[in-house]
Design a protein around this ligand. Sequence first.
Ligand code: NA7
Length: 539
Amino acid sequence: MDDAVTDTEVVVVGTGVSGLAALHHLKARGVDVVALERNPDVGGTWYHNRYPGCRFDSESYTYGYSFSQEVLREWHWKERYSPQPENLRYLRFVTEKLALRDVIRFNTTVTGAHWEESTRTWVVHIEGGRSIRSRFLMTCLGMLSTPTMPRVDGIDTFEGPSFHTFDWPKDGIDLRGKRVGVVGTGATGVQAIAAIAPEVASLTVFQRRPNWHTPLGNSEITVEEMAEIRSRYDEIFALCAVSPGGYVHQPDRRGFHSLTAEQRRRFWEELYAQPGFAVWLANFREIFVDREANAEFSAFVAEKVRERVHDPELAEKLIPKDHGFGVQRVPLETNYYEVYNRDNVRLVDLQQTPMVGVTLTGIKTTEEDFELDVIVYATGFDAITGPYEQLDIRGVGGRLLKDKWVDGPETYLGLLVRHFPNLLMVAGPQSSSSSVNFPRSIEAQVDWCMGLLDHLRRNGLTRLEPTAEAEREWVAYVAHLYEKLLMREARSWFTGYNSNIPGREHGQVRHVMFNGGQPKYREILDAVASSDYRELVLS
Ligand code: NA7
């Protein structure tokens, strides 16, 4: 890259799954674009999360981009739920195939962006003091790219290696023969725990609240199967397009109450044996909204845990008692429960014996001092809004985005923000990205942004901003969708909960995601575009 470039039409921040998609479409249109990436390579989430066991919960062939026939033709997904190294290889492959690398500046950390009304441009600030001026700012920051560590005493005092799973050492770490502690049992924790348990000397799992986990059901995809999948790509993407979650799984529409308890049980046995999110997303829709349905299914899954964990007392500790199945993100697992039947694995229930702090040599609870060689924090993220709020993004009149969002995000369509003109967020708060198979959601968003930019270009316009009314209505609509779902009660990043961030403990729901399903989301985006963006002020 030529470092002297200071003016461009679009700056894209981040080159993970959404940034690469944006870059491809912008380049294909001949738009002058520069992408800024803090890492030395593309990949975002799949660049960072190198912990053992890290892999898709989405069927691999529904996770790839749909827009390049060449990529679809040439790429072979080798596993149904592809692992991180392969996913990073895929994103590098796409980068080369679509010739995206030449417009990316690596090792370039954006610290903020300031809107300048007189020139209708964003001045994007880069660590080290440089800046780039651009007409449009496209933020592709990811939803889970700001890790959070526990708020406990002594976290920096531990003398051995300790790190968040997001920052797993790039060159790997040899855990063989080590005493390892893992804090956190969300989607990340369960993948890591199951993967490392067989190789470490001892594994101590520090669990605060258990989650509902169900089997992933991973398997190999042979060359012949991949050929068959390739021949069905149109059909697969069409299926994802009509599914609320953007997956191949479709909700069962017979109705929970129209079947007998015995019929429901048979159906659930079938679902439990199916791979992926079928058990969550191909279930009765009542699971998400009806307490009775949710309780019955939760009891079914609890039985599975009891069958899989030999020690009945331990099994009870692994069964959530404070929330029903599926109101939090359901982490999929491979032999997770069986891990607790091993002699070298111990569960520490932090509800019974809370963590007091981290010491020079391990973790201290109210009951015991645990001596450890390595501590792994699988403690989650300042999800969805975090990546925005850590930047100094200032809109009209120097307004800080973080201030605007102090009581929760306010956006239009999850893509635009009033008083922040020409800012296009991909996978932003209140978009469908966190409730939908990520690439399926972001492709719709990127397409919409491209349509909008085309419209501006065609009409010689240089400024866009949503109206106050459009934003107000979107925020209210997003909040209304939460009201229908049991999920509104969850202590989960779906509701903006994060015990490690002051003020974000359980209690105050932040409406961070669109829960209306991908078909509805796409329908709304299309309607806005075909009304010539009536809800936006364009000039
Ligand atoms: P999650 O789902 O936010 O899980 C974080 C886990 O860490 C969860 O079990 C938390 O328990 C636990 N946690 C967080 N802070 C602490 C402290 N201070 N002490 C003990 N335990 C703690 O993050 P993941 O990375 O697993 O998953 C994020 C998403 O990535 C996932 O949904 C996928 O979409 C991909 P808690 O439940 O708060 O009691």
